[in-house]
Design a protein around this ligand. Structure first.
Ligand SMILES: Nc1ncnc2c1ncn2[C@@H]1O[C@H](COP(=O)(O)OP(=O)(O)OP(=O)(O)O)[C@@H](O)[C@H]1O
Ligand SMILES: [Mg+2]
Length: 624
């Protein structure tokens, strides 16, 4: 009997122990769940992940079938749950106040129902729609530390029977912990997001600074470059450094063939590269130029466009290539239609350690390429303007030369006629010498025209003995003017030497003297005068050489005084071209000097002032 009682007591005890163990295990589980939920906020970067961890822990601890956490939206008008469905998530929205969950959210009170179908607040449409059968439900409000409502937790279908009072206490405790976790999690995620944004902004700023640096450098290069080649070389060098590349080149398509030619190269083997030609559309650069799209190839062996033969012949084998297109419009030849130019900026081998070319590199290279394209377009336009200016200059010069050919031609004709009848060998020798000098003058004028066409501006400053030079000029002038009934007198106040371009001065003096004689007119038509004076003197303190041609004719007509020295200004002459005085002004300017005129009826004087000391004449000599 006693034994039986003992055995019973032992059995009850061990049952109790087993029950206690189970309870202990459950309590342990709850504790772990609470801990898990608490710890989650600091380690999970995504709110969805955080919520699903909390939901799974609660479902386990509450021994129910399903748990949903609804959070209040920002305006506090709707409850929002994000429910996982396979990989995707979809949102369920409930208005606050509607259904059991809505009621809990509005009142802040807990609801524990054994069978929801007995509760008027429950909407069975849910179950009909989802095919789920809801029975028991425990729903608790969640509040943050300050007591502000955050949302609700809803547990459905307790595995055995209904939710108990202990369950209510447990879920309330879990709800409080979850609220803290969710708030912390949100804060944590926000902070992380902010940090990532900051990091991204910082990287963007660094990129911008790098781009700006490069652009500033390029602007400096453009400003300092004296020629297109110098400019392209400078820009290429900057591009190679900015991109941390090993080598690079600028290729431009040839007019006509469209083949790409290396205009400049940096790094690698630039000399060998410059001899190469790449047929239109071939190779990576050909493709880039033709399609006007950038191309980044970080492993050339994988790109069939890569020209191994070119790499082979220049002895440089790139691993990676970044090529961006260049394109611009340029003026056509001799006023023809505008044409499009194209080419490529090519960068080779990102330096060891700095990895492959990146999208950022493509962006920066594209930026530089547009700068280079602009520079090319500007340079081409400038080249054309210069060419046109030179052409029109040649036109002007030619007309002035043709104008002044009159003088030597007239002199040669005169002396040749004289030679016909002259028998005195001394006179003949002098005549032929004079003819030869006029041929020299014609040659000098031809040389000047050709030099100008080449782009040189030449003044041949030589030491000239004034007495000898002007006496010779006088001889020529006498032969020209005396038959027209005009006297000419030479007044040589300076008989020393001067540095002048004698051919040019001779032309100027002839033009002035002829104008004077033409103004005086033929003896029968003239009212007064008939004398031209050529005077040579010095002007102190600069010691300039002064050449004056004066006449006693009617004076300069008022109508043309203002524009007297401009080309094509002529007045009162048949067949006058209006170039004589324009030539005189140019001769003075070429000597760094000036020409001035004073004129009243009966006295007109043109005065050439040619500096002899100081910088201007040395500079001119060097220019010559
Ligand atoms: N000494 C002068 N006295 C009065 N008028 C002058 C004198 N020199 C020049 N002129 C006026 O200045 C004009 C311009 O002279 P310029 O030598 O440039 O051309 P042009 O003599 O008319 O033509 P071209 O020299 O080609 O035969 C002349 O047409 C004339 O009217
Ligand atoms: Mg004239």
């Amino acid at each position: 009997m006693r034994e039986g009682r003992e055995r019973f007591a032992w059995a009850t005890q061990s049952q109790e122990i087993a029950g206690l163990r189970e309870e202990l295990a459950r309590e342990h589980e709850k504790l772990l769940a609470l801990q898990d939920i608490g710890a989650a906020s600091g380690s999970i970067l995504n709110i969805d992940e955080l919520l699903s961890l909390v939901v799974s822990r609660i479902t386990r601890v509450m021994e129910c079938d399903r748990t949903t956490i609804y959070l209040l939206d920002e305006e506090g008008k709707e409850l929002v749950a994000r429910v996982a469905e396979g990989e995707q998530r979809h949102e369920i929205r409930l208005p606050v106040g509607l259904g059991i969950a809505g009621w809990v959210a509005r009142t802040g009170q807990l609801v524990n129902i054994a069978d929801v179908y007995d509760d008027a607040r429950f909407d069975p449409a849910w179950d009909r729609r989802t095919g789920y059968r809801t029975r028991s439900m425990l729903c608790v409000p969640m509040k943050n530390r300050l007591g502000r409502p955050l949302g609700i937790i809803q547990c459905l279908n307790k595995r055995w029977g209904a939710f108990t009072i202990e369950d209510e206490a447990m879920l309330s405790a879990l709800g409080a912990q979850a609220a803290v976790t969710i708030e912390n999690g949100r804060f944590f995620v926000q902070t992380i997001q902010k940090n990532m944004e900051l990091l991204e902004t910082k990287q963007q700023l660094e990129r911008r600074v790098r781009e700006l640096d490069v652009l500033v450098e390029i602007a400096q290069v453009s400003a300092q470059a004296r020629s297109l080649d110098q400019l392209l070389e400078g820009e290429l060098q900057r591009a190679v450094h900015a991109m941390e590349a090993e080598a690079g080149s600028i290729l431009l398509a040839e007019n006509g063939t469209g083949d790409l030619r290396f205009r400049c190269a940096f790094g690698g083997n630039p000399q060998a590269v410059k001899r190469m030609r790449i047929p239109e559309g071939t190779g990576i650069c050909g493709w880039v130029a033709k399609n006007r799209q950038p191309k980044m190839v970080n492993d050339v062996s994988a790109d069939e466009r890569h020209r191994v033969d070119v790499a082979h012949s220049v002895g440089y084998h790139p691993r990676s290539v970044l090529a961006v297109p260049l394109f611009w419009t340029e003026p056509g030849e001799l006023g023809g239609e505008e044409r499009e130019g194209e080419g490529a900026l090519e960068l080779l081998n990102k330096h060891k350690g700095s990895g492959p070319f990146t999208d950022d590199d493509v962006r920066l290279a594209t930026l530089m390429a547009s700068n280079i394209s602009n520079a090319i377009s500007l340079a081409k336009a400038r080249e054309r303007t210069e060419r046109e200016e030179r052409l029109s200059g040649i036109g002007q010069l030619l007309s002035s030369v043709l104008h002044d050919l009159k003088t030597p031609m007239a002199v040669i004709a005169g002396y040749t006629r004289e030679l016909e009848s002259e028998t005195d060998p001394a006179v003949r020798a002098k005549a032929s010498q004079t003819i030869l000098k006029q041929v020299d003058l014609i040659n000098a004028m031809t040389r000047e025209t050709i030099a100008f066409a080449r782009g040189d501006r030449s003044v041949w400053l030589r030491k000239v003995y004034l007495k000898q030079f002007f006496e010779e000029v006088m001889g020529q002038l006498q032969r020209e003017l005396e038959p027209k009934g005009v006297d000419i007198e030479l007044v040589l106040e300076d008989r020393g030497v001067a540095r002048i371009d004698q051919h040019k001065i001779q032309r100027a003096v002839h033009n002035l003297a002829r104008n004077a004689a033409e103004a005086i007119g033929p003896p029968h038509a003239r009212r007064r005068g008939g004398k031209v004076t050529l005077k040579v003197s010095r002007l102190l303190p600069e010691d300039s050489l002064v050449i004056e041609v004066a006449d006693d004719g009617p004076g300069i007509p008022d109508e043309i005084r203002e524009r007297l020295f401009d080309s094509f200004i002529t007045h009162g002459k048949e067949g006058g071209s209006g170039l004589g005085l324009a030539v005189v002004r140019k001769v003075a300017a070429d000597h760094g000097g000036s020409v001035e005129v004073e004129s009243v009826p009966g006295h007109t004087v043109f005065r050439l002032v040619l500096p002899q000391t100081g910088q201007s004449s040395t500079e001119l000599e060097r220019a010559g």
